[in-house]
Design a protein around this ligand. Structure first.
Ligand code: ADP
Length: 437
């Protein structure tokens, strides 16, 4: 379903015009209101009137996470606090949290893009959403909450974790939709299997999963474990929160629509910052076209993906592929770039393995080594006691990883339940022993 068909199917020419108008307004707005941007544009010799349309965007300097940190907590806000109605902060996965603010109009637009995202996922007014994203400073909980209300859903604001309670509510309240991180959806699907709970006791049709990278391997597992469609939602607090982009349930696996009337995306080279052609992988950069409280020019997300138009799809907006990882999470192992999602991708080829894994990185001499901790499924636990089958499986995994990723990794096979699970939020799958604390 399309929540705002006029925007979602706007012909590209008209969309570019709208984006250009919004960009012109934005640049003048931040120049006037945010001392940081005035200084940055002056230093680059750019006057707001130099930016005439969206094609001029590349002339503007990037905004990076350290700029938000340097202006902690509120110095990048473009409105007085009397116009701010909400403050959130990033979850601080990679250091000190960055603080973001919203005016009433910002919250309206946030709710609208989340409502669009939910509609694209297959949600309809009257359905119930069990919202298992964390409520609090993290944008996930309240973001999904307001968007679902906007669409006309009944929200069950359970927040993250508390697996017993989640299962009880799934059974008693019979929601059709749930939202949480993909790693937590995996935890839940394993709990259903472990407790032998019949899927007939719940009414779940869809899970809206995001806030961390995930692959088709996890999708398969969660969909079969819970009997649902699992749909991707992407976002980051600096740009808005969840709902910057979302998959359409009928076009699953082909990328997530970026709501580009509000968030203009670019893909740039991670080393040079040069814009890359459609389809190529690089750093995702966003310009917020309509935000009032914390407008950002060319914000460097650090997320690595690609963007492309698909002319056969329901909407005109550009799509983004799955996030491979953040560039600051990318491991460089003996000269090869490695994201943990590449290992996750390989796991799906082995029926003996559960989708849980962890990468342990260490340094031996001058060489970086990666150990992949993998877990044998319950039904294959005899592999753990038979030296031959253990070695045979390890050999196959080493080979597949070498063939697909180009690195030889040490494989450790462990018993069911030994790898850490998500207890409700984002899950860190990398242990880096090279870091000196
Ligand atoms: P933090 O940076 O502290 O984790 P946020 O909670 O704002 O703060 O998280 C935003 C980040 O989460 C994104 O930049 C991205 O790295 C990750 N993320 C969010 N949604 C997805 C998704 N669907 N797929 C992959 N990564 C995602």
């Amino acid at each position: 379903m399309l929540f705002q068909p006029d925007m979602e199917t706007m012909p590209l020419g008209k969309l570019r015009q709208l984006q250009s108008e919004r960009l012109r307004h934005l640049v003048a707005y931040v120049y006037e209101r945010v001392p940081f941007y005035k200084k940055q544009l002056d230093e680059h010799g750019i006057r707001p009137s130099d930016i005439k349309d969206i094609g001029d965007l590349h002339k503007l300097p990037f905004t990076k996470k350290n700029h938000l940190r340097d202006n902690y907590p509120f110095d990048l806000f473009a409105v007085p606090m009397s116009e701010v109605i909400r403050i959130h902060a990033s979850s601080g996965t990679t250091g000190k949290p960055t603080v973001v603010g919203y005016t009433r109009r910002d919250i309206d637009i946030f709710s609208e893009v989340v409502a669009r995202s939910l509609a694209a996922s297959g949600c309809k007014p009257g359905m119930k959403l069990q919202n298992a994203y964390g409520y609090g400073l993290f944008t996930g909980g309240l973001g999904l909450h307001y968007g679902a209300e906007k669409l006309g859903m009944a929200v069950i604001p359970v927040s993250g974790g508390m697996t017993d309670r989640q299962i009880m509510l799934l059974q008693d309240f019979q929601p059709e939709v749930m939202s949480c991180t993909p790693s937590y959806a995996l935890t839940l699907s394993e709990e259903f299997a472990k407790r032998k709970i019949s899927l007939d006791s719940i009414n779940l049709k869809t899970a809206i999963l995001g806030a961390e990278p995930w692959t088709e391997s996890i999708r398969k597992q969660v969909e079969s474990g819970l009997g649902i469609d699992a749909v991707n939602i992407y976002g980051l607090s600096e740009i808005m929160g969840p709902g910057v982009s979302n998959e359409d349930v009928d076009e699953k696996g082909s990328g997530s629509y970026i709501w580009e009337d509000h968030f203009f995306p670019e893909i740039v080279d991670k080393d040079t910052g040069e814009p890359l052609p459609e389809g190529e992988y690089g750093v995702l950069v966003f310009t917020t076209l309509t935000k009032e409280a914390l407008p950002l020019l060319r914000y460097w997300t650090n997320d690595i993906t690609n963007i492309y138009y698909e002319h056969s799809s329901k909407r005109t907006h550009v799509k983004m592929g799955p996030i491979r990882g953040r560039s600051d999470d990318m491991l460089i192992i003996r000269g090869v770039n490695l994201f943990h999602t590449q290992v996750e991708d390989v796991i799906q080829y082995f029926v003996e393995l559960s989708p849980n894994y962890q990468l342990v990185v260490s340094r031996e001499g001058n060489m970086d080594e990666v150990e992949v901790r993998l877990e044998i499924k319950d039904t294959f636990s005899e592999i753990l006691t038979s030296t031959t089958s253990h070695q045979e499986l390890r050999g196959r995994v080493v080979k597949k990883i070498k063939d697909n990723i180009g690195l030889t990794m040490k494989i450790t096979l462990e018993g069911p339940g030994s790898i850490p699970r998500s207890e409700g939020g984002k899950l860190n799958r990398i242990v880096d022993r090279r870091k000196v604390y």
